[in-house]
Ligand binder design. Structure first.
Ligand code: ATP
Ligand code: MG
Length: 419
């Protein structure tokens, strides 16, 4: 059965550009993963008239509607009242929600006000959906075989409700094809280069399979989806498609799958090998250290970093040669190599990485334009250095340089340990 959904996000703040509608993207992704086609995403104001008109129209085309926002206790939150009106229903107190509210206030020694009590009201025709991390429950309305979900706007509450309540309920109600996904994570590849590499492969993958390109600065995710009716067969097919894709793209570019990150992959490797890392950052300003330390357990292998921005700190802290800085400039092969060696020596680690470049928007010259970035990786027995050119805005140059440095490190770790 082909199931269509529409997502309706409600809130004046969405329409004045105050907040970005991230709820829709999350919901669309979750629905797509279970084989539902999202037909439209619509954002509308907190106005009864707009909510009713949009719902009535969407119900003509979709089996499932998902609404977010406007369930709170303030006067601008009118979704609940509007749904009660649309479904011709009375408001009743939802006891478990009231108890949660009373508990919350009792803990703080405050009286429950009438407004807070009202938060526990829901239309009597809906099925409440338990909100495991907030007070306002989600609501499910049924209308001629169609499901209408109304969820809180707060993203983390909405996410919990989608995963714990909405998806399981949809899976129970609709017979959907089995859809499996795997995402191959790559770095250093442009979308168009990858598309050329994969052109023939894409043409011959079996029906029911598809490939999506999901780019972000420095990283290109390739999501393979496959649908059918036999889970075991699909799993095996997906595994072999994944292997084919990985070998077509190549080891230098593929760093992981699904929820991996470069820093988590590196972290796992270094932990297994009992090897360690230090960083010296000029143009990336600490972003590499931030990525590395965002992985739990990083203290096992990450010893420290120097954000060495001035020439003086490169000379004094990392012991970079002053005459090299003068003759070649701080954005140069000699300097970035001495930075990586310096970090490795000072922090007493197996690996050291360093960056030096011109992130922009100012500081470029004809010889070294904005985006020129040198990266060095010092291993226990050699140093690998490369010059890159990232002609982008400052913020993205920093991200791309950091990711590129981590990928060079990933390859260097493997190469060193192969011996
Ligand atoms: P509350 O009980 O907290 O008032 P609510 O269901 O009334 O929840 P809203 O008032 O519409 O939800 O939104 C609460 C907050 O959630 C907003 O200030 C906004 O930061 C965030 N939010 C709402 N809708 C979205 C959306 N579509 N995408 C991202 N964030 C959103
Ligand atoms: Mg609100």
């Amino acid at each position: 059965m082909h199931v269509f959904a529409e997502i309706i996000t409600i809130g004046d703040e969405l329409l004045i550009g105050q907040i970005v509608d991230t709820n829709s993207a999350f919901i669309a992704d979750e629905l797509t993963k279970i084989g539902i086609s999202v037909r439209r995403i619509i954002s509308i104001p907190d106005k009864s008239h707009d909510i009713i008109e949009t719902l009535e129209n969407s119900l003509k085309y979709a089996n499932i509607l998902i609404l977010t926002g406007g369930l709170g206790p303030t006067s601008d939150d009118i979704t609940k009242q509007t749904l009660a009106q649309l479904f011709d229903s009375k408001m009743i107190i939802h006891k478990p929600t009231l108890r949660e509210i009373e508990k919350y206030f009792a803990k703080r020694g405050i009286e429950v006000s009438e407004r807070n009590r009202k938060q526990a009201e829901i239309p009597n025709v809906c099925t409440p959906l338990k909100n495991s991390i907030g007070t306002a429950p989600g609501m499910l309305f049924m209308k001629s075989g169609r499901q209408i979900y109304s969820l809180p706007g707060v993203p983390f509450e909405m996410k919990a409700l989608i995963k714990e309540q909405v998806i399981p309920t949809i899976l129970k109600e609709f017979k959907l094809p089995i859809i499996l996904h795997t995402t191959v994570l790559t770095t250093g590849l442009s979308e168009s280069y990858a598309a050329d590499l994969l052109k023939e492969w894409e043409e011959r993958i079996p029906a029911g399979c598809s490939l999506a390109y999901l780019p972000s600065p420095g990283i290109l995710k390739l999501r393979i989806s496959i649908s059918g009716s036999n889970r075991e067969i699909l799993k095996n097919q997906l595994k072999s498609l994944e292997e084919e894709l990985k070998s077509l793209i190549g080891y230098q570019f593929v760093f992981g799958t699904d929820t991996d990150t470069l820093q988590s992959v590196i972290g796992r490797r270094l932990t297994e090998l009992h090897q360690t890392l230090a960083v010296a950052e000029s143009c990336t300003g600490g972003y590499i250290a931030h990525l590395v330390t965002s992985v739990p357990g990083a203290s096992a292998y990450f010893y420290g970093s120097a954000t060495s921005y001035s020439n003086n700190s490169k000379i004094k802290v990392l012991k970079v040669s002053e005459s090299n800085i003068q003759s070649e400039g701080s954005v140069s092969k000699a300097v970035v190599e001495q930075m990586a060696e310096g970090a490795k020596r000072i922090f007493n680690t197996d690996f050291g990485i360093a960056t030096s470049g011109i992130a922009g928007p100012d500081g470029g010259t004809e010889l070294k334009p904005v985006g020129t970035i040198w990266i060095a990786v010092a291993t226990p027995d050699k140093i690998i250095t490369q010059k890159f050119f990232f002609p982008d805005v400052r913020e993205r140059n920093i991200v791309r340089a950091s990711i590129t440095a981590l990928n060079m490190l990933r390859i260097a770790i493997d190469e060193f340990n192969k011996k």
